[in-house]
Write a protein that binds this ligand. Structure first.
Ligand code: WTA
Length: 630
């Protein structure tokens, strides 16, 4: 990044990687973006298609309700598909997919456009109009991409609920979003078993009203309940005469909502983060192109799930906007054997692999031989996201997977940011465990309790000081919470909820969350949701959940439970409570361990002091406990 010698352990990119990179001189790009941020984003936006250009790049007249590309007209789905269908990319593969059983599907831009148009017509025939919400509860199959793009095409707002969530999590999200239509699969394959998504959805729908139609994609083929008049098979709908491949596209205002995505916050219910067509499109396109250095012949594999922001931005929208080929794999990384991923990289000639530290640590456990059996020479760039990557995992990833020739892009960002915020580019010197510096044009800082910048080497709160195109616009239906949650601690600064420090070279090092959000296997969960799932069990009076360090998962959930009077403690009850959380919220939220206790440490105002529980579990000093009630 600069001519100066960098401190600590540094990995310099190879000549070959730099030679090919879109951005060979990061400093120059950063200077350009810092000089004139509006011009920087405007130039990037010019690379995409607009039915009508903007009046202003950024409108900050009502802070923090920033607007981007005001009065411009576009549609992200048009830029993902229609634009390419008009070019030589028409017959290029947009999506390569492998099922867990080994089945395979490949779709050209032409085919993905056709299927999307057909399904968009189906949605319209079910009464879906611009602005309506559609909940999508599916696993990793091509139809999830088609469903998302079809929503975008007709101007509906998709709300994807991760397929690893369960009854109550789905119910809550359907109800809050007031969705009209639900798109689901009969079941999803996971580690050789079937996750009965339709059955879970049926149970959630018994608790939630509002859904008029359920579209069911047949994947696993077992018998499912189909409610007459409400439930319809996807393949049958796609064969109706209304499902033609011509479908008028809704011209969207740049600021029209594209999707909501629920994520966990500090307190209470998950919040619906809202993203728009225009700014989100420019942000995901630019960041993916520069950070993963996407070229036309690249096969890009983001191994996340489409149900999380990483999948939205970098399996679906980003790769299609850049005209790359996106790869999607349905199942578990070690199924049937720990070489599954490596075998697919070899067979499909994947050039870029983007995954999470937890997956790397999980696969690392099986040893180098599983990787070394495969020719991974197609790989050029690697990536990491979701939590800080420990240097040991970084080095293994670099040495064994990347054969010491693939730079690792450690990308820091959030559901709220929509796009990478701190990330290197392939021509930038790397330090294991650091995402290097903020993306050009993004002003980030680390501040103390009062909002003053801390000195290098000191820990503080990570904040963002300038608006960025893919930023969340609000929390759906709750603008007050948007202001309160993100912009109220330090006016004018966006609070990320993370703590971090900067080193003497200006490299950022993320430490972790400072709130009650847990990162478990890279998944973002709120302690409040886990606790409310526990308390919804008849035997439980009160509960507290914390995260404790775990070798593979990063954090594992530990829960403390006060039973109702008269309920007997037993190990069977512990198991039952774990199962209950799994059933209500999803397997990812199941506590690793549950302890029965008589009381919980609380402040005088009754808030559970989770940090005291954590310190105690780790045998550490709980620090300042002056606000502790007892
Ligand atoms: C954490 C995921 C360290 C961070 C895209 C953030 C990271 C939260 C990194 C957002 C990284 C994400 N290094 N920590 N490279 N990337 N995080 O909304 O705590 O699921 O606030 O978005 O993940 O999680 P979310």
């Amino acid at each position: 990044m600069s001519g100066k010698k960098l401190s600590g352990e540094v990995f310099y990119p190879s000549e070959e990687v730099i030679e090919r990179a879109h951005i060979k001189d990061w400093e120059k790009l950063n200077a350009e973006a810092s000089d004139d941020n509006e011009k920087f984003w405007e130039d990037r936006a010019e690379e995409l298609h607009w039915f009508q250009k903007w009046d202003k790049v950024i409108d900050d007249s009502i802070k923090p309700f920033y607007k981007w590309f005001t009065n411009a007209k576009t549609n992200i789905a048009y830029n993902c598909l229609d634009v390419h269908v008009e070019t030589y990319r028409r017959n290029k593969l947009a999506l390569i997919w492998e099922g867990e059983k080994g089945d395979f599907q490949a779709m050209s831009y032409y085919a993905l456009h056709r299927e999307t148009c057909k399904f968009a017509n189906v949605l319209r025939s079910l009464g879906v109009e611009k602005g309506d919400r559609v909940t999508i509860y599916m696993g990793r199959i091509p139809e999830i991409m088609i469903a998302m793009l079809a929503c975008a095409r007709v101007g509906a707002i998709h709300s994807v609920v991760y397929g690893g969530f369960s009854v109550e999590a789905l119910h809550e999200r359907i109800e809050d979003s007031e969705s009209k239509v639900l798109i689901v699969q009969d079941g999803a394959y996971q580690r050789g078993k079937i996750v009965p998504l339709k059955e879970i959805a049926d149970e959630a729908l018994k608790r939630a009203g509002g859904i008029e139609h359920v579209v069911v994609v047949k994947r696993t083929g077992q018998d499912v309940n189909m409610e007459f008049g409400r439930d319809m098979w996807y393949h049958e709908l796609m064969n109706l005469p209304i499902a033609t491949k011509e479908c008028t596209l809704e011209k969207m205002d740049a600021e029209d909502p594209l999707f909501i995505l629920y994520t966990s916050g500090t307190t209470g219910k998950p919040k619906a983060i809202l993203h728009t067509h225009g700014g989100y499109m420019v942000g995901t396109y630019t960041t993916l192109k520069y950070v993963f250095d996407i070229h036309d012949d690249d096969r890009f594999w983001c191994a996340a799930d489409p149900g999380w922001i990483t999948g939205h931005s970098y399996i679906v929208y980003g790769p299609l906007l850049t005209g790359a080929t996106s790869f999607m794999y349905e199942g578990a990384p070690n199924y049937p054997y720990p070489n599954r991923w490596w075998s697919m990289i070899e067979r499909y000639g994947i050039n870029i692999l983007y995954t999470a530290p937890t997956a790397i640590r999980g696969l690392m456990r099986f040893g180098d031989a599983w990787v070394k059996r495969h020719d991974l020479s197609s790989l050029r760039i690697l990536g990491s996201v979701g939590e800080p990557i420990n240097p040991e995992a970084w080095k293994w990833y670099n040495r064994v997977v990347g054969n010491e020739k693939c730079p690792i892009m450690d990308t820091w960002w959030q559901t709220e940011t929509g796009m990478f915020m701190i990330a290197p580019m392939p021509s930038v010197p790397l330090k294991p465990g650091s995402g290097t510096k903020p993306f050009p044009g993004i002003d980030m800082d680390i501040v103390d309790e009062e909002g003053n910048s801390v000195k290098s080497g000191e820990e503080g709160f990570l904040v963002i000081k300038t608006p960025w195109p893919a930023m969340l616009r609000t929390i759906y239906k709750d603008p007050d919470r948007y202001v309160e949650q993100y912009w109220s601690k330090y006016p004018g600064m966006y609070m990320t909820g993370d703590s971090a420090k900067k080193d003497e070279d200006g490299y950022f090092w993320i430490i972790g969350r400072v709130d009650d959000v847990l990162k478990v296997s890279g998944y973002r969960l709120g302690t409040a949701e886990i606790e409310s799932a526990l308390v919804s069990h008849d035997a439980v009076a009160e509960a507290a959940a914390i995260g404790l360090p775990h070798d593979v998962k990063g954090n594992a959930i530990h829960a403390y439970v006060i039973l109702r009077a008269g309920v007997q403690q037993s190990s069977e009850l512990k198991e039952e409570l774990k199962k209950h959380v799994g059933h209500e919220m999803g397997p990812i939220a199941k506590p690793e361990n549950i302890d029965f206790v008589d009381s919980l440490p609380k402040t005088r105002s009754g808030k559970i002091m989770r940090r005291v529980l954590k310190a105690k579990a780790l045998g550490q000093d709980p620090g300042n406990i002056s606000t502790l009630d007892e």
